[in-house]
Design a protein around this ligand. Structure first.
Ligand code: EPZ
Length: 417
């Protein structure tokens, strides 16, 4: 198990360069198998989630070459084998192989995905979409067999604008016969990034990024070269860190529009942000005001940033509130923040953060990816030493986090225990 030791209370200054988006890359890698030729994807973050997906690609017999942030995937010789639970359970995004293998071979056999324990996280909307395209779904001991004699386009309405279901249905529909329309589709930037990859291969997808996506099935998908967009959640995490302990901390290689819901909240709180075309420079201010945040689907405030935002709100005067509307169990970081001196209560999916309070380092545990990020920010704000265990959660989604923090003056080190 890995432990992160943080010696907090220091001002951080310099530049953090944001990596490619985890939640885009984890869809682009499975989507690549839909091509009958070589697919090159650059700006792929080197994190354990992308490693796990490349392991599945190799298991299926694809040829995978990785050179720093670029992955070249050749699926000419892949076999449509059952993906074992040992591989599928490593992350939530393994379920994109369902849509990709179904779309390519009209059959897929794999177990339920893994992922952070932040809620039940069913995949009913994904399966409903596959059935609407003509597939039959059977579930044997949590192993799904999804197969169709033929996949035919259809009109699909999503009860909830699910990111995963939107992408998975797109993957299954790109080679179906006829037109598919996904209504109430998710609008996250990662959806657009995946649709652009597929269109670069020769697919016919329109409307990605809006709530209605139209997919005209095609027979052949070929070679392409594609780039992962910058990670808006990593970017937001480091902008929050800058507002907490930064001194002209520059968060670089970002798309500021993707985190407008965050930056407007930070400005409401009293942060001063120098927002450039592809960067944000931020410094800690005194006398932050309390704010109210409600998580929403894009372009609303992202659920993935409510946990990293929480420690910053301990510096605000008064009562701040965060209402979590997407997941039912995304407050597991709160007890650890309170053990560091925060004063936070949780009731009915809303956390109330009373401030300002002083944070002091202590031993804490990362329960999930973004809870871990929240504890890193708290540890960097706190006086003294914070030791975070279960750091593997954090390494799933933040490329080179120790190096990036050290480069801006943080005293952090990671070690096996
Ligand atoms: C993606 O998860 C992201 N993960 C999540 O980021 C992110 O929090 C989420 O989108 C929302 O933005 C990846 O992209 C790998 P959803 P996903 O389907 O696709 C319910 C992180 O920290 N739901 O939009 O699983 C579900 O239970 C991770 O990087 C159903 O009920 O999210 C949840 O309450 C965490 N049935 C809500 O919808 C379904 O079939 C949001 O799920 C699918 C989802």
């Amino acid at each position: 198990m890995k432990l992160l030791e943080i010696n907090g209370g220091k001002k951080l200054t310099g530049t953090i360069r944001v990596s490619g988006a985890k939640n885009s890359a984890v869809a682009l890698i499975p989507a690549a198998i839909l091509s009958d030729e070589e697919v090159t994807i650059c700006n792929v973050p080197d994190i354990t989630d992308t490693e796990a997906l490349c392991e599945i690609l190799s298991f299926l017999g694809a040829r995978v070459k990785r050179a720093s942030e670029t992955i070249v995937i050749d699926s000419k010789e892949i076999e449509n084998k059952e993906i074992p639970a040992t591989l599928a359970k490593k992350l939530r995004a393994s379920y994109y192989f369902m849509g990709a293998l179904l779309g390519k071979y009209k059959k897929v056999t794999m177990s339920l995905p893994g992922g952070c324990s932040i809620g039940a996280r069913p995949i009913n909307l994904h399966l409903k979409g596959f059935e609407a395209l003509g597939a039959k779904v059977t579930n044997k001991d949590n192993c799904y067999i999804v197969e169709a004699d033929e996949l035919r386009g259809n009109n699909i309405y999503l009860d909830f604008a699910s990111v995963g279901a939107t992408i998975n249905i797109m993957l299954a529909a790109v080679k179906a016969k006829g037109k598919t329309i996904i209504d109430n589709a998710a609008k996250e930037p990662e959806i657009v990034n995946v649709a652009t990859l597929l269109n670069n291969m020769g697919a016919k997808i329109r409307g990605a990024g809006t709530s209605s996506i139209e997919i005209e099935g095609v027979d052949y998908l070929g070679k392409c070269f594609h780039e992962v967009i910058p990670d808006r959640i990593e970017a937001g995490t480091y902008v929050i860190l800058g507002a907490a302990v930064g001194e002209n901390l520059k968060v670089d290689n970002i798309i500021p529009e993707h985190i407008e819901s965050l930056t407007s909240k930070l400005e409401e709180m009293g942060a001063f942000l120098d927002i450039g075309s592809d960067y944000i420079i931020v410094s800690r201010q005194d006398n932050y005001k309390s704010i109210h945040v409600k998580t929403q689907t894009y372009p609303g405030f992202p659920t993935d940033l409510q946990q990293p935002l929480t420690p910053l709100l301990t510096a605000c005067k008064g009562q701040s509130k965060i209402e979590e509307t997407i997941y039912e169990n995304r407050f597991m970081h709160i007890p650890y923040l309170n053990s560091m001196g925060a004063d936070i209560r949780v009731k009915n999916q809303t956390s109330t953060i009373v401030g300002p309070t002083k944070l002091t380092g202590c031993d804490v545990v990362a329960t999930d990816l973004r809870a871990g990020a929240s504890l890193v920010i708290a540890g960097l704000m706190a006086e003294g030493t914070t030791k975070i265990t279960n750091v593997e959660h954090i390494l799933r989604g933040y490329e080179n986090i120790v190096e990036k923090l050290t480069n801006v003056g943080a005293k952090v080190e990671i070690r096996e225990i």
